[in-house]
Design a protein around this ligand. Structure first.
Ligand code: ATP
Ligand code: MG
Ligand code: MG
Length: 389
């Protein structure tokens, strides 16, 4: 295989984890990020000056072009990038842009994403476009009911961009919290669990899904992931994988996708949203699957054989290390404790500053049985730094 250089828009923890299998496969990797010492840049020393990382915003056209000129293929570790520029540079890229700029454009506007999924016959709950006015929100609530989920169409993450409107009197508050954002509304989904499936798509359109997992959120941020999903009806996990694969098939371009879903009491499943990149719910794959989500992303975009997505341990979990305060030492001392628990792998992202709610690292826990897994997770939870409000 000829030597290839991958250019990545974004250089955070996902890029850092992408760099590990890139080193194993002797693939060069170059990051575009404002941070000169961002988590991903810290772990990759460029081989030569013409392969240096680029310092700048992943929305900056000149910086995207600079990155494009240094690499064979462009990819992303965040979807909030300039899709127009990616479309313009695509014809000049020897191995293209993955996933396709058209895919990134659809996904980065959640309202357009939902319309796309519905048009492709995929299960999504009801949703409506809405103007940023009190009357429009009240009108949407009349149609969809309360609580009404009001969402920013763009630039959302970790629930920042969502407002749960419980009564008409909260319309003004919703507009204040989500000010200056284009909005849409979703019908409230009374889910019993949130589930997710990672899906990798090759340049020829082949898709392979990873096991379905349960994701548990705290304050709108992914807190815990359990793999595989345990449900009284084993058909639920297969159905989730089928829906996730169909959803990813409906998009163009190669790479890994994270598919977030809601599971209802009666076993039915709705799609929540799709991330066109490695995803927090797939971090467990590094230690628990035959090929990690990061390695399969590289294989997919470089037209290499896709790796097996099967679990190689009976049970796995992922616990995020979220900043509880500004104290980085809290995270470090938790990480040191976690190393003493069997089956636990610690990942620290190299972020210089800790902040409340910031993803600082994660731990993956593997075990021979669910009981052993839960006992190990319990030990970690007992030592996790708590909120200091
Ligand atoms: P992420 O960090 O995953 O990108 P995000 O900011 O894009 O998050 P969403 O995934 O849209 O936000 O929503 C965050 C959480 O809010 C979901 O994980 C789920 O718990 C809840 N949620 C979202 N939409 C609905 C809905 N229609 N009904 C009920 N709960 C919802
Ligand atoms: Mg999101
Ligand atoms: Mg989400």
């Amino acid at each position: 295989m000829a030597h290839k250089t991958v250019g990545v828009l974004g250089g955070g923890q996902l890029g850092r984890m992408l760099a590990a299998p890139a080193a194993l496969l002797d693939i060069d990797i170059c990051f575009l990020d404002v941070g000169e010492h961002s988590p991903a840049k810290q772990v990759v020393a460029p081989k030569s000056a013409d392969k240096a990382h680029v310092n700048g915003a992943f929305s900056d056209p000149a910086k995207i072009r600079e990155l494009a000129s240094r690499v064979d293929v462009l990819t992303i570790e965040i979807e909030h990038v300039n899709a127009d520029v990616l479309e313009k540079v695509e014809p000049a890229m020897p191995l293209g842009v993955h996933p396709a700029p058209s895919t990134i454009r659809i996904i980065q506007d959640k309202f357009i994403q939902k319309k796309h999924l519905r048009q492709n016959g995929l299960p999504v709950s009801s949703f409506l476009p809405v103007e940023s006015s009190k009357e429009a929100l009240e009108d949407a609530a009349t149609k969809l009911g309360y609580p009404l989920m009001v969402k920013s169409r763009t630039l959302a993450y970790d629930g920042r961009g969502n407002f749960v409107m419980r009564t008409a009197s909260q319309a003004f508050e919703a507009l204040t919290v989500l000010k200056n954002r284009p909005l849409y509304c979703e019908k409230w989904v009374p889910f019993v669990a949130e589930i997710a499936v990672m899906v990798v798509r090759s340049t020829t359109g082949e898709v392979r899904s990873y096991p379905a997992v349960e994701t548990i959120h705290k304050d709108n941020i992914c807190h815990l992931v359990f793999a595989p999903l345990r449900h009284r009806d084993p058909a639920v996990a297969d159905r989730a994988r089928g829906i996730a694969e169909a959803a990813v098939k409906s998009f163009e371009g190669a790479g890994i996708f994270g598919v977030e879903m809601f599971l209802l009491e009666n076993g039915s499943i709705y799609l929540n949203e799709i991330a066109p990149r490695p995803h927090n719910s797939g971090h467990y794959t590094i230690e628990a699957c035959e090929t990690s989500q990061f390695e399969n992303h590289l294989r997919a975009i470089l037209s290499l054989p896709l790796g097996s997505t099967a679990l190689k341990v009976p049970a796995a979990a992922m616990l995020n290390l979220i900043g509880a305060s500004n104290d980085l030492e809290e995270i470090k001392s938790f990480a040191t404790y976690a190393m003493s628990v069997p089956g636990v792998s610690v990942h620290l992202y190299g972020k210089g500053e800790c902040r409340k709610g910031r993803k600082m690292g994660h731990t993956t826990i593997v075990a021979d049985s669910d009981a052993e897994l839960r006992a190990r997770v319990r030990l970690l939870l007992e030592h996790l730094p708590g909120p200091r409000d």
